[in-house]
Design a protein around this ligand. Sequence first.
Ligand SMILES: [Mg+2]
Ligand SMILES: [Zn+2]
Length: 195
Amino acid sequence: MPAITEHAPRRAVFLDRDGVLNRRPPLHQYVTSPGRLRLLPNVAVALSGLRAPGYALVVVTNQQGVARGVMTREDLDAVHAELRRRLRLRGADVDATYACTHLADAGCACRKPRPGLLIQAARELRLSLADSVMIGDSPEDLEAGRAAGCRTVIYISRGDNRSTHADFTCRGLVQAARWLRDRHGMIQDRERAGR
Ligand SMILES: [Mg+2]
Ligand SMILES: [Zn+2]
């Protein structure tokens, strides 16, 4: 096996926030303070499962509530600090959080479906986008993942609908983590068999 240096790019799982890690607020409402954050069940377990095979965990989230004046950047930072605090209490964590705080019609490069947040994270954290995964509950998430060059995109469905653009559709992060773990195992088996 080739030596893996400390500086080799890591692969990552990019995670949308609302509807993936925490309960989605109603349309045009936002998680404006730490007290309004509701983690979804078993999210910490799922994140620990994703970290085990060595994925960096990076939250990428559209939060135009900041540009709309519904909350400040400090409010958003406080929500993300609370998110990480609660994950740590359950033995999990993420490596970083990236947010687009611009208006939907601002034409910025970072609001999903554009890939700007993922590309910025890859540059700053030395991630290999091609080996990375995007998990989200909206078509914009999947599109951003593909546009960034992620080989794998996973759709968390809010109902029975499947995404034809996703490699896997499921109901939550636990299932997504299990699918990735199984797939990772299969790839390792194939590599072993080829040697
Ligand atoms: Mg979402
Ligand atoms: Zn933006």
